[in-house]
Design a protein around this ligand. Structure first.
Ligand SMILES: NC(=O)c1ccc[n+]([C@@H]2O[C@H](COP(=O)([O-])OP(=O)(O)OC[C@H]3O[C@@H](n4cnc5c(N)ncnc54)[C@H](OP(=O)(O)O)[C@@H]3O)[C@@H](O)[C@H]2O)c1
Length: 253
């Protein structure tokens, strides 16, 4: 697969989970990848895996909830590779598991700052770069089914931030498609990363729960999320604008 040869793709939260899978998938399809996150060490491991597979990557540490830091990531991408063609705003945190009245204001604020303000600040920096390029660009935000698509106990604060990411995606898509910037979202259901484990649950417990409750009988893999994101970011989706693609093992069917 060679859909991203010669293109530069930025992935936030690329040191673990879905973000690392995304970075590797873009590299496998020919992109040079800029990996961003707060901790350097896991990003360095992502870059090692990309380089081991023959790809090219650049690490930039940044907190997406800080405007200057995410702007510096976009600037570094352009300095090193000449343009920013694709961006995936994947960085996010889940601070739930308790009823809303027991969610601390600090945890509420952290989810809001990273999941929503982080997505806004990243979009702002990425769009301003992409609309200045003749070739434009494509952006995919990682929302969640918890939000616009469904709700679950213990996740009200998280779902509020992710519902807002879904709305932000559609609004931004309308604002900027005529600038040559195509914006969409992917909303995963439960994925095979630690974030979808309930308190005290092992991976085997989660597999049992998925067998019993999900129509597909299992959670989604990271590569299944990556496949949806790469489709939306690619020219295969050239007239797909402002969609919010659910990948959730049928949970919200
Ligand atoms: N796993 C699921 O079942 C599931 C379902 C629906 C949606 N999602 C969404 O998918 C995305 C990835 O989730 P995941 O399961 O892969 O979780 P993960 O492994 O915890 O990945 C999140 C990544 O975001 C980075 N990050 C967190 N805060 C950041 C910040 N302020 N600035 C920059 N980077 C930051 C983290 O690295 P640092 O801490 O080093 O910065 C980490 O690498 C999230 O947006 C999540 O909400 C996941």
């Amino acid at each position: 697969m060679t859909r991203f040869i010669g293109r530069t793709a930025l992935v936030t939260g690329a040191g673990s989970g879905i973000g690392r899978a995304l970075a590797l998938a873009f590299a496998t399809e020919g992109a040079q990848v800029v990996v961003a996150g707060r901790s350097r060490e896991p990003l360095t491991e992502t870059v090692r895996l990309i380089e081991e597979a023959g790809g090219k990557a650049l690490t930039v540490t940044a907190d997406v909830s800080r405007a200057a830091e995410i702007q510096a990531v976009v600037d570094a991408a352009v300095d090193r590779f000449g343009a920013l063609d694709v961006a995936v705003n994947n960085a996010g945190v889940f601070r739930g598991g308790q009823p809303l009245a027991d969610l601390s204001p600090a945890d509420w604020q952290e989810q809001l700052d990273i999941n929503l303000t982080g997505a806004f600040l990243a979009l702002r920096a990425e769009i301003r770069q992409m609309r200045s390029q003749p070739s434009g660009g494509a952006i995919v935000n990682i929302a969640s089914t918890f939000g616009a698509h469904t709700r679950a106990p213990g996740a009200a604060g998280y779902a509020a931030t992710k519902a807002a990411v879904s709305a932000l995606t559609r609004g931004a898509a309308l604002d900027h498609i005529r600038d040559g910037v195509r914006i969409n979202a992917v909303s995963p259901g439960a994925v095979d990363t630690p974030m979808s484990l309930r308190a005290g649950e092992t991976e085997a417990d989660r597999a049992d729960r998925a067998r019993a409750t999900l129509p597909l009988g299992r959670v989604s893999s990271r590569s299944e999320i990556a496949a949806a994101v790469l489709y939306l970011a690619s020219d295969d989706a050239s007239s797909v604008v402002g969609t919010d693609l659910v990948v959730d093992s049928g949970a919200t069917a």
